[in-house]
Design a protein around this ligand. Structure first.
Ligand SMILES: Cc1cc2nc3c(=O)[nH]c(=O)nc-3n(C[C@H](O)[C@H](O)[C@H](O)COP(=O)(O)O)c2cc1C
Length: 199
């Protein structure tokens, strides 16, 4: 049975455009196969910025951690377990100030852990997450896909590949702040693409 992990980060919660895209994805995915769906809304999870104490907890061998360090390490452990258990991951990602939401960055900072999801070797870094299909569903007020201003796509491709997630599909709903007609068009094109990708 396949396990789908859904990662949302819109500050608008269920009303977010990116959440609407992941919701469409889940419905299309469930229509095609039996499986479990795990929801991780990082807007609700309220992860703080990664700080030294938490990194320090990761670096401390599990059997030597203080109670506080155990609690700190458990945050990242839980998020990584969700990723490892997933066969496919769908990420709803709004564009905020040309980048990803800081809440989503806080999630990435928790799942990128040396020795667990990547390692350094003599020939460079190696990602340790394997055999997972990733779908990034991007919601944007303006139009950037395919242009030099779309640093969000470059960043996500790079960081996911660094962790071993190289099979990534991007779907864009752009121009969502450019009037209702443009938004409707963008949504229906994105939904068509989602259905095409799921097959
Ligand atoms: C704080 C904030 C910053 C934004 N910055 C950008 C931006 O840099 N470029 C852009 O195209 N749209 C920007 N937008 C518009 C959002 O990308 C658009 O509303 C999108 O639907 C957000 O996804 P969401 O509804 O899932 O939160 C911004 C919106 C907010 C709330």
């Amino acid at each position: 049975m396949a396990n789908l992990l859904v990662v949302n980060s819109s500050l608008s919660g269920a009303n977010g455009n990116s959440n609407k895209l992941t919701q469409s994805f889940v419905e299309a995915w469930q229509a095609k196969q039996q499986g479990t769906v795990t929801q991780r809304d990082v807007n609700e999870t309220n992860l703080p910025h990664l700080a030294g104490a938490e990194m320090g907890a990761w670096m401390t061998p599990a059997d030597q951690r203080t109670e506080e360090q155990q609690a700190l390490a458990a945050v990242s452990d839980e998020l990584i377990a969700e990723v490892k258990e997933a066969d496919a991951i769908v990420i709803g990602v709004p564009m905020y100030n040309f980048g990803i939401p800081s809440t989503f960055k806080a999630w990435i900072d928790r799942i990128a852990r040396a020795g667990i999801t990547f390692k350094y070797t003599e020939t460079g870094p190696v990602g340790l997450l394997e055999n997972k299909k990733v779908y990034v569903l991007a919601a944007r007020g303006g139009m950037y896909a395919g242009t030099a201003k779309d640093s969000q796509t470059v960043y996500l491709k790079d960081v996911l590949a660094f962790l071993g997630l190289t099979d990534v599909e991007f779907v864009y709903a752009e121009g969502l702040a450019m009037g209702p007609e443009a938004a409707e068009k963008a949504f229906s094109a994105a939904n068509e693409k989602i259905i095409e990708l799921i097959g």
